[in-house]
Write a protein that binds this ligand. Structure first.
Ligand SMILES: Nc1ncnc2c1ncn2[C@@H]1O[C@H](COP(=O)(O)OP(=O)(O)OP(=O)(O)O)[C@@H](O)[C@H]1O
Ligand SMILES: [Mg+2]
Length: 408
Protein backbone atom coordinates (compact mmCIF):
# COMPACT_ATOMS: atom_id res chain seq x y z
CA UNK A 1 0.00 0.00 0.00
CA UNK A 2 1.29 3.47 -0.74
CA UNK A 3 1.83 5.92 2.11
CA UNK A 4 -1.45 7.76 1.56
CA UNK A 5 -3.25 4.43 1.61
CA UNK A 6 -1.85 3.45 4.97
CA UNK A 7 -5.28 3.54 6.59
CA UNK A 8 -6.54 0.96 4.10
CA UNK A 9 -6.75 -2.78 4.79
CA UNK A 10 -7.23 -5.49 2.20
CA UNK A 11 -8.84 -8.90 2.70
CA UNK A 12 -8.68 -11.80 0.31
CA UNK A 13 -11.15 -14.64 0.93
CA UNK A 14 -10.03 -17.46 -1.34
CA UNK A 15 -13.03 -19.77 -1.12
CA UNK A 16 -14.11 -22.91 -2.96
CA UNK A 17 -16.95 -21.06 -4.74
CA UNK A 18 -15.65 -17.51 -5.00
CA UNK A 19 -12.60 -15.36 -4.51
CA UNK A 20 -13.55 -12.08 -2.83
CA UNK A 21 -11.23 -9.11 -2.38
CA UNK A 22 -12.35 -6.32 -0.03
CA UNK A 23 -10.76 -2.95 0.63
CA UNK A 24 -11.54 -1.50 4.05
CA UNK A 25 -10.92 2.01 5.27
CA UNK A 26 -10.24 2.59 8.96
CA UNK A 27 -12.50 5.45 10.11
CA UNK A 28 -11.41 8.07 12.66
CA UNK A 29 -13.39 6.34 15.39
CA UNK A 30 -11.46 3.13 14.74
CA UNK A 31 -14.30 1.37 12.89
CA UNK A 32 -13.84 -0.18 9.46
CA UNK A 33 -15.83 0.73 6.33
CA UNK A 34 -15.77 -1.47 3.25
CA UNK A 35 -15.08 0.82 0.27
CA UNK A 36 -14.17 -1.62 -2.48
CA UNK A 37 -15.07 -5.16 -3.46
CA UNK A 38 -14.23 -7.61 -6.22
CA UNK A 39 -15.80 -11.06 -6.50
CA UNK A 40 -14.87 -13.75 -9.00
CA UNK A 41 -15.94 -17.38 -9.36
CA UNK A 42 -13.27 -19.70 -7.95
CA UNK A 43 -12.22 -22.82 -9.87
CA UNK A 44 -8.89 -23.63 -8.31
CA UNK A 45 -10.01 -25.00 -4.93
CA UNK A 46 -11.51 -28.24 -3.71
CA UNK A 47 -12.95 -28.56 -0.20
CA UNK A 48 -11.29 -25.34 0.89
CA UNK A 49 -7.81 -26.25 -0.36
CA UNK A 50 -5.94 -24.90 -3.43
CA UNK A 51 -5.64 -27.63 -6.07
CA UNK A 52 -4.98 -25.48 -9.15
CA UNK A 53 -2.59 -22.58 -8.74
CA UNK A 54 -3.08 -21.08 -12.24
CA UNK A 55 -6.87 -20.92 -11.92
CA UNK A 56 -6.66 -19.48 -8.40
CA UNK A 57 -4.14 -16.82 -9.44
CA UNK A 58 -6.41 -15.73 -12.32
CA UNK A 59 -9.41 -15.36 -10.02
CA UNK A 60 -7.38 -13.44 -7.41
CA UNK A 61 -5.99 -11.06 -10.06
CA UNK A 62 -9.46 -10.26 -11.40
CA UNK A 63 -11.04 -9.84 -7.98
CA UNK A 64 -8.21 -7.55 -6.82
CA UNK A 65 -8.44 -5.48 -10.01
CA UNK A 66 -12.19 -4.96 -9.48
CA UNK A 67 -11.71 -3.99 -5.83
CA UNK A 68 -8.89 -1.58 -6.73
CA UNK A 69 -11.07 0.11 -9.33
CA UNK A 70 -13.97 0.54 -6.97
CA UNK A 71 -11.86 1.81 -4.07
CA UNK A 72 -9.55 3.89 -6.28
CA UNK A 73 -6.39 2.49 -4.72
CA UNK A 74 -3.55 0.16 -5.50
CA UNK A 75 -3.30 -3.06 -3.50
CA UNK A 76 0.08 -4.37 -2.35
CA UNK A 77 -0.73 -6.75 0.48
CA UNK A 78 -3.70 -8.65 1.88
CA UNK A 79 -4.90 -10.66 4.85
CA UNK A 80 -6.05 -14.07 3.73
CA UNK A 81 -7.88 -17.07 5.18
CA UNK A 82 -7.13 -20.77 5.51
CA UNK A 83 -9.57 -23.70 5.71
CA UNK A 84 -9.89 -27.37 4.81
CA UNK A 85 -9.97 -30.72 6.52
CA UNK A 86 -6.21 -30.61 7.13
CA UNK A 87 -6.97 -28.18 9.99
CA UNK A 88 -6.87 -29.69 13.48
CA UNK A 89 -7.26 -28.14 16.90
CA UNK A 90 -6.69 -28.97 20.56
CA UNK A 91 -6.75 -27.34 23.98
CA UNK A 92 -3.52 -27.17 25.93
CA UNK A 93 -2.11 -25.47 29.00
CA UNK A 94 1.22 -24.30 30.38
CA UNK A 95 2.59 -23.30 33.81
CA UNK A 96 5.56 -21.06 34.71
CA UNK A 97 6.90 -19.39 37.84
CA UNK A 98 6.43 -15.60 37.89
CA UNK A 99 9.91 -14.04 37.94
CA UNK A 100 9.41 -10.88 40.03
CA UNK A 101 6.18 -11.63 41.89
CA UNK A 102 4.33 -9.39 39.39
CA UNK A 103 3.32 -10.79 35.98
CA UNK A 104 5.14 -9.14 33.05
CA UNK A 105 4.80 -9.45 29.28
CA UNK A 106 7.80 -11.82 29.35
CA UNK A 107 6.05 -14.13 31.83
CA UNK A 108 3.01 -14.24 29.54
CA UNK A 109 5.22 -15.02 26.52
CA UNK A 110 6.90 -17.82 28.48
CA UNK A 111 3.64 -19.38 29.65
CA UNK A 112 2.26 -19.31 26.08
CA UNK A 113 5.46 -20.96 24.87
CA UNK A 114 5.04 -23.62 27.54
CA UNK A 115 1.39 -24.17 26.53
CA UNK A 116 2.25 -24.63 22.87
CA UNK A 117 4.89 -27.27 23.57
CA UNK A 118 2.70 -30.06 22.19
CA UNK A 119 3.56 -32.85 19.75
CA UNK A 120 2.53 -31.79 16.23
CA UNK A 121 2.86 -34.21 13.27
CA UNK A 122 5.79 -33.39 10.94
CA UNK A 123 3.61 -32.18 8.06
CA UNK A 124 1.54 -29.92 10.33
CA UNK A 125 2.42 -26.57 11.82
CA UNK A 126 0.84 -24.45 14.52
CA UNK A 127 -1.28 -21.71 12.88
CA UNK A 128 -2.77 -20.06 15.96
CA UNK A 129 -2.24 -20.15 19.71
CA UNK A 130 -5.38 -18.51 21.14
CA UNK A 131 -5.30 -17.80 24.89
CA UNK A 132 -8.54 -18.71 26.67
CA UNK A 133 -7.79 -17.74 30.25
CA UNK A 134 -4.96 -17.32 32.71
CA UNK A 135 -4.69 -18.50 36.28
CA UNK A 136 -2.50 -16.77 38.87
CA UNK A 137 -1.89 -18.97 41.92
CA UNK A 138 -5.43 -20.16 42.71
CA UNK A 139 -7.23 -17.25 40.98
CA UNK A 140 -8.78 -18.48 37.73
CA UNK A 141 -10.66 -16.73 34.92
CA UNK A 142 -8.06 -13.96 34.48
CA UNK A 143 -8.20 -12.39 31.01
CA UNK A 144 -5.28 -9.96 31.23
CA UNK A 145 -2.70 -11.06 33.79
CA UNK A 146 -0.02 -8.38 33.14
CA UNK A 147 0.64 -6.36 36.32
CA UNK A 148 -1.06 -8.82 38.67
CA UNK A 149 0.76 -10.22 41.70
CA UNK A 150 1.47 -13.92 42.19
CA UNK A 151 4.09 -16.61 42.02
CA UNK A 152 2.59 -19.12 39.61
CA UNK A 153 1.12 -18.29 36.17
CA UNK A 154 -0.91 -20.81 34.22
CA UNK A 155 -2.42 -20.36 30.73
CA UNK A 156 -5.13 -22.32 28.96
CA UNK A 157 -4.93 -22.03 25.16
CA UNK A 158 -6.62 -23.28 22.01
CA UNK A 159 -4.10 -24.44 19.41
CA UNK A 160 -4.95 -24.66 15.71
CA UNK A 161 -2.67 -26.58 13.35
CA UNK A 162 -2.76 -26.98 9.56
CA UNK A 163 -0.87 -28.70 6.76
CA UNK A 164 2.27 -26.78 5.80
CA UNK A 165 1.70 -27.54 2.11
CA UNK A 166 -1.84 -26.06 2.13
CA UNK A 167 -0.55 -22.81 3.66
CA UNK A 168 2.36 -22.71 1.22
CA UNK A 169 0.01 -23.02 -1.75
CA UNK A 170 -2.11 -20.10 -0.55
CA UNK A 171 1.01 -17.97 -0.13
CA UNK A 172 2.28 -19.01 -3.57
CA UNK A 173 -0.99 -17.96 -5.23
CA UNK A 174 -1.06 -14.59 -3.48
CA UNK A 175 2.61 -13.87 -4.19
CA UNK A 176 2.20 -14.77 -7.88
CA UNK A 177 -0.26 -11.88 -7.99
CA UNK A 178 2.53 -9.62 -6.73
CA UNK A 179 0.88 -9.21 -3.35
CA UNK A 180 2.34 -9.74 0.08
CA UNK A 181 0.50 -11.84 2.66
CA UNK A 182 -0.23 -9.69 5.73
CA UNK A 183 -1.23 -12.76 7.71
CA UNK A 184 -3.08 -16.05 7.26
CA UNK A 185 -6.12 -16.54 9.49
CA UNK A 186 -8.34 -19.55 10.20
CA UNK A 187 -11.49 -18.74 8.18
CA UNK A 188 -14.09 -19.38 10.89
CA UNK A 189 -12.04 -17.29 13.31
CA UNK A 190 -12.10 -14.44 10.76
CA UNK A 191 -15.89 -14.86 10.23
CA UNK A 192 -16.42 -14.69 14.00
CA UNK A 193 -14.95 -11.17 14.11
CA UNK A 194 -17.61 -9.98 11.65
CA UNK A 195 -20.75 -11.72 12.91
CA UNK A 196 -20.47 -12.44 16.65
CA UNK A 197 -20.79 -9.86 19.41
CA UNK A 198 -18.66 -9.99 22.56
CA UNK A 199 -21.80 -10.66 24.60
CA UNK A 200 -22.58 -13.73 22.53
CA UNK A 201 -19.02 -15.00 22.96
CA UNK A 202 -19.35 -14.54 26.74
CA UNK A 203 -22.68 -16.33 26.86
CA UNK A 204 -21.51 -19.33 24.81
CA UNK A 205 -22.10 -19.55 21.08
CA UNK A 206 -21.24 -21.69 18.08
CA UNK A 207 -20.47 -20.19 14.67
CA UNK A 208 -21.12 -22.44 11.66
CA UNK A 209 -19.90 -21.13 8.28
CA UNK A 210 -21.47 -23.27 5.53
CA UNK A 211 -19.60 -22.42 2.33
CA UNK A 212 -19.27 -24.22 -0.98
CA UNK A 213 -16.61 -26.78 -0.10
CA UNK A 214 -16.45 -26.92 3.69
CA UNK A 215 -18.48 -26.20 6.81
CA UNK A 216 -16.33 -24.51 9.43
CA UNK A 217 -17.19 -24.55 13.14
CA UNK A 218 -15.95 -22.33 15.99
CA UNK A 219 -17.21 -22.48 19.60
CA UNK A 220 -16.84 -19.57 22.03
CA UNK A 221 -17.58 -19.88 25.75
CA UNK A 222 -16.75 -17.33 28.47
CA UNK A 223 -15.38 -14.93 25.84
CA UNK A 224 -12.74 -17.28 24.43
CA UNK A 225 -12.49 -19.75 21.58
CA UNK A 226 -12.82 -23.32 22.90
CA UNK A 227 -13.23 -25.55 19.89
CA UNK A 228 -12.76 -25.44 16.11
CA UNK A 229 -13.58 -28.06 13.48
CA UNK A 230 -14.04 -28.46 9.73
CA UNK A 231 -16.66 -30.73 8.13
CA UNK A 232 -15.89 -31.43 4.46
CA UNK A 233 -19.55 -31.16 3.37
CA UNK A 234 -21.22 -27.94 2.17
CA UNK A 235 -23.18 -26.30 -0.67
CA UNK A 236 -21.28 -28.03 -3.50
CA UNK A 237 -22.53 -31.40 -2.24
CA UNK A 238 -26.12 -30.15 -2.29
CA UNK A 239 -25.67 -28.99 -5.89
CA UNK A 240 -24.10 -32.25 -7.01
CA UNK A 241 -26.90 -34.23 -5.32
CA UNK A 242 -29.41 -32.21 -7.35
CA UNK A 243 -27.33 -32.65 -10.52
CA UNK A 244 -27.30 -36.44 -10.11
CA UNK A 245 -30.96 -36.64 -9.13
CA UNK A 246 -31.97 -34.64 -12.21
CA UNK A 247 -29.11 -35.75 -14.46
CA UNK A 248 -28.41 -32.14 -15.25
CA UNK A 249 -25.25 -30.00 -15.18
CA UNK A 250 -23.87 -28.56 -11.94
CA UNK A 251 -24.55 -25.04 -13.25
CA UNK A 252 -28.27 -25.80 -13.76
CA UNK A 253 -28.46 -27.61 -10.43
CA UNK A 254 -26.91 -24.57 -8.69
CA UNK A 255 -29.46 -22.26 -10.35
CA UNK A 256 -32.57 -24.29 -9.41
CA UNK A 257 -31.19 -24.84 -5.91
CA UNK A 258 -30.99 -21.11 -5.25
CA UNK A 259 -34.17 -20.17 -7.13
CA UNK A 260 -36.62 -22.87 -5.99
CA UNK A 261 -34.98 -24.90 -3.24
CA UNK A 262 -35.72 -25.17 0.46
CA UNK A 263 -33.99 -27.12 3.22
CA UNK A 264 -37.43 -27.94 4.64
CA UNK A 265 -39.62 -29.66 2.09
CA UNK A 266 -42.67 -29.26 4.35
CA UNK A 267 -42.32 -25.46 4.04
CA UNK A 268 -43.08 -25.70 0.30
CA UNK A 269 -46.79 -25.01 -0.13
CA UNK A 270 -47.09 -24.81 -3.90
CA UNK A 271 -46.58 -27.90 -5.98
CA UNK A 272 -44.99 -26.01 -8.84
CA UNK A 273 -43.18 -28.02 -11.49
CA UNK A 274 -39.69 -26.91 -12.51
CA UNK A 275 -38.19 -27.68 -15.92
CA UNK A 276 -34.48 -28.40 -15.93
CA UNK A 277 -32.40 -29.03 -19.09
CA UNK A 278 -30.64 -32.42 -19.21
CA UNK A 279 -26.85 -32.61 -19.41
CA UNK A 280 -26.97 -32.94 -23.20
CA UNK A 281 -29.29 -29.87 -23.33
CA UNK A 282 -31.44 -31.75 -25.85
CA UNK A 283 -34.47 -32.16 -23.60
CA UNK A 284 -35.75 -31.04 -20.24
CA UNK A 285 -36.61 -32.95 -17.11
CA UNK A 286 -39.44 -32.10 -14.74
CA UNK A 287 -39.32 -32.04 -10.98
CA UNK A 288 -41.75 -30.67 -8.42
CA UNK A 289 -40.48 -27.98 -6.10
CA UNK A 290 -41.25 -30.26 -3.17
CA UNK A 291 -39.25 -33.19 -4.58
CA UNK A 292 -36.33 -30.84 -5.27
CA UNK A 293 -36.49 -29.68 -1.66
CA UNK A 294 -36.50 -33.25 -0.40
CA UNK A 295 -33.14 -33.80 -2.11
CA UNK A 296 -31.79 -30.59 -0.53
CA UNK A 297 -33.24 -31.36 2.90
CA UNK A 298 -31.58 -34.80 3.02
CA UNK A 299 -28.12 -33.28 2.58
CA UNK A 300 -28.69 -30.34 4.95
CA UNK A 301 -30.06 -32.75 7.55
CA UNK A 302 -26.95 -34.92 7.26
CA UNK A 303 -24.70 -31.88 7.56
CA UNK A 304 -26.54 -30.44 10.56
CA UNK A 305 -26.48 -33.84 12.29
CA UNK A 306 -22.70 -33.89 11.79
CA UNK A 307 -22.50 -30.40 13.33
CA UNK A 308 -24.50 -31.64 16.34
CA UNK A 309 -22.31 -34.75 16.65
CA UNK A 310 -19.17 -32.62 16.57
CA UNK A 311 -20.56 -30.35 19.31
CA UNK A 312 -21.53 -33.38 21.40
CA UNK A 313 -18.08 -34.94 21.01
CA UNK A 314 -16.36 -31.66 21.87
CA UNK A 315 -18.43 -31.49 25.08
CA UNK A 316 -19.71 -27.96 24.42
CA UNK A 317 -23.26 -28.67 23.23
CA UNK A 318 -24.70 -27.87 26.66
CA UNK A 319 -22.69 -24.65 27.07
CA UNK A 320 -24.20 -22.80 24.11
CA UNK A 321 -26.68 -20.53 25.86
CA UNK A 322 -26.42 -18.08 22.96
CA UNK A 323 -27.32 -20.83 20.47
CA UNK A 324 -25.88 -21.17 16.98
CA UNK A 325 -25.10 -18.55 14.34
CA UNK A 326 -25.05 -19.73 10.74
CA UNK A 327 -23.15 -17.84 8.07
CA UNK A 328 -21.56 -18.52 4.65
CA UNK A 329 -23.33 -18.70 1.26
CA UNK A 330 -25.13 -21.98 1.95
CA UNK A 331 -26.72 -20.64 5.15
CA UNK A 332 -28.88 -18.48 2.83
CA UNK A 333 -30.85 -21.57 1.80
CA UNK A 334 -34.53 -21.09 2.64
CA UNK A 335 -35.42 -23.17 5.72
CA UNK A 336 -31.80 -23.74 6.79
CA UNK A 337 -32.19 -21.97 10.13
CA UNK A 338 -35.53 -23.66 10.89
CA UNK A 339 -34.13 -27.11 10.06
CA UNK A 340 -31.05 -26.41 12.19
CA UNK A 341 -33.18 -25.57 15.24
CA UNK A 342 -35.09 -28.79 14.72
CA UNK A 343 -32.04 -31.04 14.18
CA UNK A 344 -29.66 -29.52 16.74
CA UNK A 345 -32.28 -28.41 19.26
CA UNK A 346 -30.77 -24.97 19.93
CA UNK A 347 -31.93 -21.47 18.93
CA UNK A 348 -30.30 -20.41 15.66
CA UNK A 349 -29.92 -17.19 13.66
CA UNK A 350 -28.45 -16.13 10.34
CA UNK A 351 -25.21 -14.15 10.74
CA UNK A 352 -24.24 -11.34 8.38
CA UNK A 353 -21.18 -9.08 8.65
CA UNK A 354 -22.44 -6.50 11.14
CA UNK A 355 -19.34 -5.39 13.00
CA UNK A 356 -18.32 -2.94 10.25
CA UNK A 357 -19.81 -0.38 7.85
CA UNK A 358 -19.67 0.51 4.17
CA UNK A 359 -20.95 -1.26 1.07
CA UNK A 360 -24.43 -2.75 1.70
CA UNK A 361 -23.64 -5.53 -0.83
CA UNK A 362 -21.06 -6.84 1.61
CA UNK A 363 -22.96 -6.20 4.83
CA UNK A 364 -26.13 -7.95 3.68
CA UNK A 365 -24.46 -11.10 2.47
CA UNK A 366 -23.56 -14.00 4.78
CA UNK A 367 -21.20 -15.29 2.04
CA UNK A 368 -18.93 -12.30 2.76
CA UNK A 369 -18.51 -12.86 6.54
CA UNK A 370 -15.01 -14.32 6.18
CA UNK A 371 -13.77 -11.46 3.96
CA UNK A 372 -15.32 -8.84 6.24
CA UNK A 373 -13.84 -10.57 9.30
CA UNK A 374 -10.40 -10.60 7.69
CA UNK A 375 -10.65 -6.79 7.42
CA UNK A 376 -11.43 -6.53 11.15
CA UNK A 377 -8.59 -8.91 11.98
CA UNK A 378 -6.31 -6.83 9.75
CA UNK A 379 -7.37 -3.63 11.46
CA UNK A 380 -6.37 -4.98 14.88
CA UNK A 381 -3.13 -6.18 13.42
CA UNK A 382 -2.35 -2.87 11.74
CA UNK A 383 -3.27 -0.76 14.74
CA UNK A 384 -0.40 -2.40 16.58
CA UNK A 385 -2.79 -4.14 18.95
CA UNK A 386 -1.27 -7.29 17.65
CA UNK A 387 -3.34 -10.23 16.67
CA UNK A 388 -5.12 -9.92 19.95
CA UNK A 389 -5.90 -13.56 20.46
CA UNK A 390 -2.67 -14.73 18.88
CA UNK A 391 -0.64 -13.03 21.55
CA UNK A 392 2.04 -12.64 18.95
CA UNK A 393 2.17 -9.22 17.30
CA UNK A 394 4.40 -10.54 14.55
CA UNK A 395 1.54 -12.81 13.52
CA UNK A 396 1.53 -16.08 11.75
CA UNK A 397 3.21 -14.84 8.61
CA UNK A 398 6.44 -13.99 10.38
CA UNK A 399 6.53 -17.47 11.85
CA UNK A 400 5.61 -19.05 8.54
CA UNK A 401 8.56 -17.50 6.78
CA UNK A 402 10.77 -19.64 8.95
CA UNK A 403 8.96 -22.86 8.01
CA UNK A 404 9.28 -22.04 4.34
CA UNK A 405 12.97 -21.35 4.22
CA UNK A 406 14.35 -22.90 1.07
CA UNK A 407 10.91 -23.72 -0.29
CA UNK A 408 10.55 -20.79 -2.66
N1 LIG B 1 -29.37 -18.01 -1.97
C1 LIG B 1 -28.73 -19.16 -1.78
N2 LIG B 1 -29.37 -20.26 -1.37
C2 LIG B 1 -28.72 -21.41 -1.17
N3 LIG B 1 -27.43 -21.61 -1.38
C3 LIG B 1 -26.71 -20.54 -1.79
C4 LIG B 1 -27.32 -19.28 -2.01
N4 LIG B 1 -26.35 -18.41 -2.42
C5 LIG B 1 -25.21 -19.12 -2.44
N5 LIG B 1 -25.42 -20.39 -2.08
C6 LIG B 1 -24.44 -21.49 -2.01
O1 LIG B 1 -23.37 -21.05 -1.19
C7 LIG B 1 -22.16 -21.73 -1.58
C8 LIG B 1 -21.05 -20.70 -1.64
O2 LIG B 1 -20.90 -20.14 -0.38
P1 LIG B 1 -19.63 -19.27 -0.01
O3 LIG B 1 -19.50 -18.15 -0.97
O4 LIG B 1 -19.72 -18.95 1.43
O5 LIG B 1 -18.48 -20.34 -0.29
P2 LIG B 1 -16.90 -20.18 -0.29
O6 LIG B 1 -16.49 -19.28 0.81
O7 LIG B 1 -16.43 -19.83 -1.65
O8 LIG B 1 -16.47 -21.69 0.01
P3 LIG B 1 -15.65 -22.34 1.21
O9 LIG B 1 -15.70 -21.41 2.36
O10 LIG B 1 -16.36 -23.63 1.48
O11 LIG B 1 -14.29 -22.58 0.68
C9 LIG B 1 -22.44 -22.38 -2.92
O12 LIG B 1 -22.55 -23.78 -2.73
C10 LIG B 1 -23.79 -21.80 -3.34
O13 LIG B 1 -24.56 -22.72 -4.05
MG1 LIG C 1 -15.89 -19.43 2.79
Amino acid sequence: MSIKDEHLIVALDIGTSKVAAFVGEVAQDGGVNVIGMGVQPSRGLKRGVVVNIEATVKAILRAVEEAELMAGCHIHSAFTGIAGSHIHSLNSHGIVAVRDREVTKQDVDRVIDAAKAVAVPADQKILHVLPQEYMIDSQDGVRDPIGMSGVRLEAKVHIVTGAVSAAQNIVKCVERCNLKVGDIVLEQLASSYAVLSDDEKDLGICLVDIGGGTTDIAVFVDGAIRHTAVIPIAGDHVSSDIASALRTSIAHAERVKMQYGSAMATMIESDAIINVPTVSQTSTREISQRALSQVIEARYEELLSLVKLDLQRSGFLDDLSGGIVFTGGSSKMVGCIELAEQVIGLPARLGKPTMLGGLPDVLNNPAFSTGAGLLLYGQRNQKGLGTLELNNPAGLWERMKSWFQGNF
